[in-house]
Design a protein around this ligand. Structure first.
Ligand code: PNS
Length: 170
């Protein structure tokens, strides 16, 4: 009998920036797979607030406590990135029914592109089901309180980043 291959999952996303909702999924996902690779999409068309390097740094700061979690980035097709890592699972979170339609489309497209790679959905923790990176950025830029929505180092980075942007604009 051949030895069992370690289970490798990719958790892809923009993570601009990581929220406590993402972190919760990473923590729970890390218990399900031998290795969980959190992969940041390199796509400047989305006009991210943070560079891929900054996002990767923030992720590394907060996932260091999970020894089987790695941080990576990718461009091109997600299934090709999965194959390059011998990953057989794509992990995605679903917060509400509104997420489902797009997630289903992506999962079916990825299955068509690579039937050997399975998409697994995890339900977001209800405490975080309303959080998105977009809303966090909006609330923070308008002076609202984002305590408890993102890990503390991310809040500090948001403050720095917005300070630089505002300084450039004045
Ligand atoms: O955090 P996001 O922005 O919802 O993540 C979206 C992501 C990165 C999962 C998605 O845009 C993606 O997988 N992009 C890679 C391009 C790709 O493989 N497209 C074809 C399959 S849908």
């Amino acid at each position: 009998m051949s030895p069992k291959q370690p289970s490798v999952a990719i958790y892809p996303g923009s993570f601009d920036p990581i929220t406590n909702g993402h972190l919760d999924l990473i923590q729970r996902g890390s218990r399900l797979f031998d290795k969980l690779i959190v992969s940041i999409l390199q796509n400047d068309a989305k006009e991210p607030l943070f560079s891929v390097e900054d996002r990767a740094e923030m992720l590394r700061e907060v996932v260091g406590v999970y020894p089987n979690v790695e941080i990576d980035s990718f461009h091109g097709l997600l299934v090709d990135h999965a194959k390059a890592h011998s990953a057989t699972v794509l992990l995605r979170g679903i917060r509400a029914i509104s997420d489902y339609e797009f997630e289903l489309q992506m999962a079916l497209m990825n299955r068509r592109l690579s039937p050997a790679v399975e998409t697994i959905f995890m339900m977001a923790n209800e405490a975080y089901s309303f959080i998105s990176s977009r809303l966090v950025k909006e609330v923070f830029s308008l002076g609202g309180d984002i305590g408890g929505l993102v890990p503390p180092p991310v809040e500090a980075r948001l403050r720095q980043r917005l300070y630089h942007i505002q300084k450039r604009e004045t």
